[in-house]
Ligand binder design. Structure first.
Ligand code: PLP
Length: 470
């Protein structure tokens, strides 16, 4: 395109004020802040200008179609006006789905969030003495009650908890870890890197598949600050393997007067073997084994808000509280409110399993899931076009969140396929719905696992599916 043509096209773009006079756009000002409407207009005009300068012709010069421009502005406005953090339907069957927000909170936790978020609280106020208090007391008593620990402190997340403990107990000194436990959790949390950042020196022992007590023992010396046990939460080493138990590490630590830390990762308070899941250690057992300090997440298997929970011996926890890093990692009142409410549910395990969504989803029995899947399939059949096939299939759910990596929970899936569109387009349609629906694609089928659907999600799925035919 010639330069003169470009100039002419640029001049043909309407001015902001002119566009604000357009009926559809002036209507939008009634429902959206004017500044946002103006921003949408500017964004679209800028993009059009750049397009023209690149030699593209977004609008026909002769029959300049302003309605195209107006529609683009209205779409841009919808984009700008929508929340970036949105509710989605989790049909993946991954219960603790890190990308989809990990844990759902119990009703009890939600009520406390509302109460503590809408009013003042004694967050850092000692009501008995009428003086300044500490925010760190709030979850401590209940944590000790449930786990048997001497003391506890809660920080922002478990990654922060690990950094804090390493920095407090081992800065400038050595931490002994098995080579089989130098894990990457994801989101660039790698034990060796975290160790370096916290100022501790990593002392690797053993081999990837086998580490023995004498490997640890040989590494212990005057430089040793800590023996660290990391729970292999998101992977498994199988075959010819050997690991040292926490109890053995504790004995070794005692003999050499070296503290023992365990990063449990998930943090499970109830025995999940009765739901067919093996190998997730109980927090209570780690406390009983005598670890000096134990860290785990609040929002993995525990089913509470994001938090890093640290249990330990009184002196260790007191030392952690004195570290200025604790202030940098400090936990918010909303977190404490939700966490305390979640923890109280664990006073009775059956109550916890019923009330905490993460546990309830793990505990859901296959018959209930099958019934729900059939109800959803019937609802879908009556509202979608003939070209979409739906049915119930067997499958597996996953705990996720780095917990119980190699184990699957048998489940029921609702499977969809279309004669008219590819499974990729089908998946994109559901993902792009007003309330996005995230599922799995396997063997040319779009799959929704009913285990991770929440009450009301079925309605959303049916509404999204019914738009497929139009
Ligand atoms: C998940 C995990 C962490 C990090 O916990 P966040 O709560 O995500 O910060 C640390 N260590 C282990 C072993 C984990 O599984």
């Amino acid at each position: 395109m010639k330069d003169s043509g470009r100039q002419e096209r640029l001049r043909s773009l309407p001015a902001v004020d002119e566009l604000l006079q357009e009926k559809a756009i002036s209507d939008a000002v009634d429902t959206h802040p004017r500044t946002l409407v103006v921003r949408a207009i500017r964004n679209v005009l800028d993009r059009s200008r750049q397009g023209i300068l690149r030699g593209e012709a977004p609008f026909d010069l002769e029959g300049f179609d302003r309605s195209l421009l107006v529609n683009e502005i209205l779409e841009e406005l919808e984009d700008l006006a929508s929340f970036t953090l949105r509710r989605v339907v989790n049909g993946t069957g991954i219960i603790v789905h890190t990308n989809l927000g990990r844990s759902l909170l119990s009703q009890d936790a939600l009520e406390r969030l509302h109460l503590m978020g809408s009013g003042y609280s004694n967050l850092e106020y000692d009501l008995a003495a009428g003086t300044r208090g500490s925010r760190y007391v709030h979850a401590e008593a209940i944590l000790c009650e449930i786990t048997g620990a001497e003391a506890a402190v809660v920080v922002n997340n478990n990654a922060g908890a690990v950094v804090l403990v390493l920095n407090t107990l081992a800065q400038g000194r050595e931490v002994v870890v098995s080579r089989g436990q130098l894990v990457e959790i994801g989101g660039s949390f790698r034990i060796p890197d975290i160790m370096a950042r916290s100022g501790a020196c990593l002392r690797e022992v053993g081999c990837t598949n086998r580490t023995h007590l004498n490997d640890y023992e040989a590494a212990v010396g005057p430089q040793t600050a800590l023996l660290l046990d990391v729970h292999a939460s998101n992977y498994q080493i199988v075959g010819f393997t050997a690991e040292v138990s926490l109890k053995e590490l504790v004995e070794l630590g005692r003999r050499h007067e070296v503290a023992v830390m365990q990063d449990l990762g998930s943090g499970c308070f109830v025995d999940v073997t009765r739901f067919g899941l093996q190998g997730e250690p109980l927090v209570q057992d780690s406390v009983r084994a005598g670890a000096d300090v134990i860290t785990f997440s609040g929002d993995k298997l525990l089913g509470g808000p994001q938090a890093g929970i640290i249990l330990g011996k009184k002196e260790v926890i007191a030392q952690l509280k004195r570290n200025p890093l604790t202030r940098a990692l400090r936990v918010d009142k909303l977190t404490l409110a939700a966490l305390e409410a979640t923890l109280r549910l664990y006073r009775d395990q059956d109550t916890a399993i019923q009330a905490i969504p993460t546990l309830k989803m793990i505990a859901a029995d296959l018959k209930t899931l099958e019934d729900r899947a059939h109800v959803l399939v019937e609802a879908l059949r009556s509202s979608i076009s003939e070209s979409i096939g739906v049915g119930v299939m067997d499958g597996f759910s996953m705990v996720g969140g780095g917990a119980l990596p190699a184990q699957n929970l048998p489940t029921k899936l609702v499977a969809m396929s279309s004669k008219e569109m590819s499974v990729a387009r089908l998946e994109a349609h559901f993902r792009g719905y007003t309330t996005p629906i995230v599922g799995r694609v396997e063997q040319e089928l779009f799959l929704l696992d009913v285990r991770t659907l929440q009450p009301g999600d079925e309605k959303i799925i049916v509404a999204a599916a019914s738009q497929l035919s139009t």
